[in-house]
Design a protein around this ligand. Structure first.
Ligand code: ZN
Length: 203
């Protein structure tokens, strides 16, 4: 590891306090009151807050640095918020975003485990290559599907992702679970895009 990386790695991702990956003050600031919303599929969503300011900086920094300890602390802060959903299985959203997540793994599993949920990595995404454009939503709906290692039919599941921006990935994941006979009872993310946070979502 280079000296410059050690320098940054020894400071809080939220406020640059020395010596910790994410300090108690930042955790308390971003996790005091969970944010709640409804997705365009009518699924209740819980997040730490809106994706802006310090929380956005914290998540981006943690992802950029693969600071899973910080992600785990944030996910753990959502543990109490998911308790009302009862006995659920967490289903992480698969990632098709090259370079967006360091080293190619999604953060959904990390967040779900930190929230003390049982995880089933049963959602798969077909390789969509580098296609871009207005048909992204349609492709997501087509390309996300539930694989063979899946929870039993009728299982109550929670979709988990790091950040909900357009909602397209989470809607596609929801649809895939419903098609496979799973009951989607919630969505869990660290943060939700601000424009999505104030009203029920539309696609
Ligand atoms: Zn801090």
């Amino acid at each position: 590891m280079h000296l410059i990386e050690q320098f940054f790695d020894s400071r809080c991702v939220g406020c640059s306090t020395w010596g910790v990956m994410v300090c108690d003050t930042c955790i308390a600031r971003f996790t005091a009151i969970p944010h709640r919303a409804i997705t365009s599929r009518g699924i209740p969503l819980v997040a730490l807050g809106t994706y802006r300011g310090g929380l956005r900086a914290l998540i981006l920094s943690a992802k950029h640095r693969s600071a899973h300890a910080a992600i785990r602390r944030l996910g753990g802060a959502l543990r109490d918020a998911v308790l009302p959903w009862g006995n659920v299985i967490a289903v992480p959203v698969p990632s098709s975003r090259p370079g967006f997540l360091a080293r190619g793994y999604g953060l959904g599993s990390t967040i779900a485990r930190a929230a003390e949920l049982t995880v089933a990595n049963c959602l798969l995404m077909d390789d969509v290559g580098t296609q871009r454009g207005r048909h992204r939503l349609e492709r997501l709906r087509r390309d996300i599907h539930v694989g063979l290692r899946r929870p039993p039919m009728g299982s109550r599941v929670v979709i988990v992702d790091d950040v909900m921006t357009t909602g397209a990935s989470i809607d596609a994941a929801t649809d895939a679970c419903v098609r496979a006979g799973l009951r989607v009872v919630g969505v869990l993310v660290l943060a939700i895009a601000e424009q999505r946070a104030t009203a029920p979502l539309t696609t």
